[in-house]
Design a protein around this ligand. Sequence first.
Ligand SMILES: [Zn+2]
Ligand SMILES: [Zn+2]
Length: 264
Amino acid sequence: MFVDSHAHIDGEEFDADRDEVVARARAAGVRAILNVGTGDPHGGNFERAAAVAERYEGVYAAAGVHPHDARLYDDAAERRLLEVLRGSRRMVALGEIGLDYHYDNSPRDVQREVFARQLRLARAEGLPVIIHSREADEDTLEILRAEYEGSASGGVMHCFGGGPSLAEGALALGFCISFAGNVTFKKADALREVAAVVPAERLLVETDCPFLAPVPHRGRRNEPAHVVETARFLAALRGVAHEELGRATSENFARLFGIGLASE
Ligand SMILES: [Zn+2]
Ligand SMILES: [Zn+2]
């Protein structure tokens, strides 16, 4: 009934109880989880993300060099990324990639170059992309327009936190927009304004766990089962039944990532 379109359950935060976390998600009605591999591209993180997806039914994977790690991107990293993307049938997307001007963990010019380079890679591989953009609305849109316009594979603006013009620009490029638990936070009125008007056929919902637990779990480790809370919140905000929102976001997920989801 629900999908978690963006999670990081391969991380060490889940080493002690990953089986239970996946089981709890299933029990909560979450029938698919997209596990996104990040971190040092030379450090085995992408392989780890793929391995977790191979282990559990209904878990899929993506890999890409996060803007935080853009300074570590080189030809060897790119070869490794391509190998992992091509090496597992559970790998369904390239990402997360993009720009993060909040933390600036890598120099901005390097972030932009690595973002553009991976967009070209995704295009050549025919893979959808998962975009991370924080405090970088204008540059994200400019690079997407330059490098991705016309691609048929599509993508998603994950954990959306930008303004209405980034949302409009991304929608115009054919992207989906995914909301995480921060849309439930008290001070997120501007974000809720965007979340209320994204067309139903472009909407996704995610946890981005272990981060950003939605109300009432805020401040604790987040996990895929909690995507149901965010989905219910979004449904209420948009004035639709949560079953309807669950169905729409599941269908969008299946279409974007080319995944067949058995209906119960
Ligand atoms: Zn992100
Ligand atoms: Zn993430």
